[in-house]
Design a protein. Structure first.
Length: 331
């Protein structure tokens, strides 16, 4: 939990590009319990910055699924609050203001490289896992004249200029982490189609919503260094981070759709349709978290006094067919 004197505030920030599944429910429950157990303020934020993939009907379904689980929030898209709007697509002006600040401080430059250019220039993929190769710095030292000439032919993206420094932080679950800031190269903060990057949007939103504690999936652990660089460049205080392990199939990959489908699906919509009780889902997730000796039906509120961040596992959770059967047994 946050070591600073600021009032405790946490959030769950889903992307409405697909249905919530049990892995999302795991993160939502644990982030909710972390804040509720500290008598803090819990926020729901809809991260629909990628308007090409986000769907309004899925945003509505996410709210319904979370309420069905027994989770609630003090601020959010449907209940409002003092730091709204709580939907990213309505917050563009804040991101543009942050870009202006970064530009004035000399952190940004225009990049005209296509994806094909970057793949051709790469010798080895060692950037963030979702992005592929690190940026080789092709456009970093373009003169203003060269950039102006290229801008006549192609809309540029904006990249954040990364320095050479070591970033060290303590994760509430993964422990002490050390990263070379330059390892992933200079990163995009606004795409050529003017879509704001996740990295920038989440930093601006968490700062403006006064988030003190971020609990999210381990797949986002390697995003922290870039976010710390942005917090520092913008003169903002970073929250405390805790990254919960992901659900894996027996093959070591993210929970296989084939395994999930064989057991009736693992989306919350599918569980609701199969009449699985929400208390069964909650108790099963608490068992996986090591906070219950056996899966037993419990409401989310009954779990608040059981929450301990230091008891959560740090290794991936391997979900077997037998474990899914225990989730979907008679309620």
């Amino acid at each position: 939990m946050s070591q600073n004197p600021r009032p405790v505030r946490g959030r769950f920030a889903p992307t409405p590009s697909g249905e919530l599944h049990i892995g999302n429910a795991w993160t939502a429950l644990l982030s909710w319990l972390q804040i509720r157990s500290a008598n803090g303020t819990f926020i729901l934020r809809m991260e629909d910055i990628d308007t090409q993939r986000s769907r309004p009907h899925l945003a509505k379904q996410i709210l319904d699924d979370l309420y069905w689980l027994g989770l609630d929030w003090d601020e959010g898209p449907d209940v409002g609050g003092p730091f709204g709007p709580y939907t990213q697509s309505e917050r563009t002006e804040y991101y543009e203001h942050a870009l202006s600040q970064l530009d004035e401080k000399g952190y940004l430059y225009r990049c005209f490289c296509s994806r094909a250019d970057l793949l051709a220039a790469a010798r080895a993929p060692h950037g963030l896992s979702s992005e592929g190769p690190a940026y080789p710095g092709t456009c970093r030292n373009l003169s203003s004249e060269e950039a102006a000439r290229k801008a006549l032919e192609k809309e540029p993206s904006l990249r954040f200029r990364v320095g050479h420094e070591r970033l060290v932080f303590r994760d509430g679950i993964a422990g002490m982490q050390t990263f070379d800031a330059a390892a992933g190269g200079d990163f995009i903060v606004r795409r050529a189609d003017r879509m704001i990057s996740y990295q920038l949007a989440v930093v601006v939103d968490d700062h403006m919503m006064r988030i003190t504690d971020v609990l999210r999936g381990a797949d986002l652990l390697d995003s922290v260094p870039r976010q710390l660089l942005l917090y520092k460049a913008l003169g903002m205080e970073a929250p405390s981070f805790a990254h919960v392990p992901l659900f894996m199939g027996p093959d070591g990959k993210r929970l296989a759709k084939r395994l999930a489908k064989r057991h009736g699906g693992t989306s919350l919509a599918a569980l609701r349709e199969s009449r699985t009780a929400p208390e069964r889902v909650i108790g099963w997730l608490m068992w996986l978290a090591g906070l219950l000796p056996e899966p037993e039906p419990l409401s989310a509120r009954e779990c608040i006094p059981l929450f301990r961040l230091d008891k959560l596992p740090s290794e991936p959770i391997v979900i077997t067919a037998d474990m899914l059967s225990r989730l979907q047994g008679a309620s």
